[in-house]
Design a binder for this molecule. Sequence first.
Ligand code: NIG
Ligand code: FE
Length: 390
Amino acid sequence: MTTTAVTHIASLVTNDPSLGNGTPLGLIQDAAVVIDGDRIVWTGESSKAPATDNVLDAAGRAMIPGFVDSHSHLVFAGDRTQEFNARMSGQPYTAGGIRTTVAATREASDEQLSDNVAHYLAEALRQGTTTLETKSGYGLSVEDEARALRIASRHTDEVTYLGAHVVPPDYADDPAGYVDLVTGPMLDACAPHARWIDVFCERGAFDGDQARAILTAGRAKGLHPRIHANQLTYGPGVQLAVELDAASADHCTHLTDADVDALGQGDTVATLLPGAEFSTRATWPDARRLLDAGATVALSTDCNPGSSFTSSMPFCIALAVRDMGMTPDEALWSATAGGAAALRRTDIGRITPGARADLVLLDAPSHVHLAYRPGVPLVSAVWRGGARVE
Ligand code: NIG
Ligand code: FE
């Protein structure tokens, strides 16, 4: 194999607290990283780097692990510009627009859907996202959900079955029948194509009992749970996520003290999605409160055509720092190691020997610039699995 060293990195985020300055980011100044094939094989001070086949001088730029976006909805067709315009003129977000995207998605060909996923995945990769989870949820029939998951799994290993996004119009008079479909024939058709199962546990979508039934059925078929919880209102989603040892409770916008305590004590990651609050003009989740309670916090885009049409993790970092009480260090950790925790992965989200060589070089002297210089395209080079992204 060919070894490559990136040297003279002004500031390297390893996410290994035993390295460098001893903080959770494990920051090393004037650092080097050596990769061999798709793996990182050495991390340390530039002056001590071993000899390699190739050397790339980072010339004072910062390096961070590739972003782990653990929550997106990329299998969709259509556009909801009008709905966004209406919201920015004062209309509230109700999630009712999901049905608009369901209609457009059902109409689209496999090729259109696959091209769409590829388009947004490439857009995210250019902005430093090297791992991306994505969901079904705009099909809401046995065939359309299974099709969405088959298409998603062509593009990523982190695929989530979200047949329980909302009750589709064809089941409006029979929500219990729809839950039977989601936990029965639809689950049978979808489970082979997914790693995770998700439910939108919210007033107007699925209640706590329905969500428990859906996630438990998914678990019996080998899918691991994650939940859209407490986005629009207070509710049972977060407590249910912790009770079922879900990998993550996503949104966490409206939390009681008991919800915060549960997340502080359990292994369920609190995944915050500031793009959704930005694009729906909603109350910001309180990351500070969660962090102070000891919760593991992840940041993700929630990229979807309705509530959060951004694929940019740097944008989410800037929002989390400006409006959710996170420090730049905490936000960077949550967008990398936090996302890895939300996907229960140990091979990504860090720059340490043995990890996958997912690296982002910034056109800036430190990761703090991601929040300090919001909206500026600072990602100057990306490697995914050791391959340089063009
Ligand atoms: O995570 N809240 C539910 N699902 C998405 C929104 C989907 C949509 O509006 O199309 C979310 O925000
Ligand atoms: Fe979502």
